[in-house]
Design a protein around this ligand. Structure first.
Ligand code: HEM
Length: 177
């Protein structure tokens, strides 16, 4: 249950938290991509998912900052780097050479699903499920925090899976075409 469902729900919550308040421009760009690929009078289907490159980059950037399974062997960077905590999906679109990163290789620079012999066997299912859920949520609705809750606590709580310290409350409204 933890491996198969909590990981995906936690990831979806982290993406929505990042893009709802602090990164509205990212949400708008994901929605523009969805309007282009899926179209306004359609619903998201499996055939659309591989074409949603910016949503994919947004998910990857979220797992970079919020590792959904945080309790792997501790590691630290070999070099100092600048602005690593900035949320920037562009990293995975070629600007910092991270566009080649996917979850399937033994890449020890970016491995939210682990690597090598213990690589998460749920990668294909998780990738499709998280894309499908987020694409569907963002294709038809705009999302906001509850009125008066502009100071949402974005911090994380470490358990077997990463959870938000304060669960996210997200209010949908019909998207104006
Ligand atoms: C966002 C989604 C997910 C993330 C980030 C994730 C991440 C991980 C990580 C980091 C590991 C540990 C790798 C290691 O020990 O080095 C792992 C293991 C595992 N995951 Fe996932 N996972 C996700 C979704 C899923 C799903 C959907 C399933 C099953 C349907 C699944 C099944 C498993 C299993 C069975 C293991 C244990 C593998 C082993 O010990 O050999 N995971 N996952």
């Amino acid at each position: 249950m933890v491996a198969g469902t909590e990981t995906t729900t936690s990831l979806v919550e982290c993406v929505m938290a990042e893009i709802m308040q602090r990164r509205r421009n990212v949400m708008e760009r994901v929605q523009e991509e969805l309007a282009q690929i899926v179209g306004p009078n359609n619903i998201v289907e499996e055939s659309h998912l591989s074409k949603l490159k910016y949503l994919d980059a947004t998910i990857k950037e979220t797992t970079r900052l919020h590792p959904v399974v945080p309790l792997l062997v501790p590691r630290s960077p070999s070099k100092t780097c600048t602005n690593p905590s900035e949320f920037n999906p562009e990293r995975f679109l070629g600007h910092e050479g991270m566009d080649k990163y996917d979850f399937k290789e033994n890449n020890l620079k970016y491995f939210p699903f682990g690597a090598g012999i213990r690589l998460c066997p749920g990668v294909p299912l998780a990738e499709k499920t998280q894309m499908y859920i987020l694409a569907s949520l963002l294709h038809s609705f705009d999302w906001n925090l509850p009125k008066g809750d502009q100071e949402h606590d974005f911090s994380d709580k470490f358990c077997v899976t990463l959870r938000k310290r304060k669960p996210l409350v997200a209010i949908p409204s019909q998207k104006v075409a």
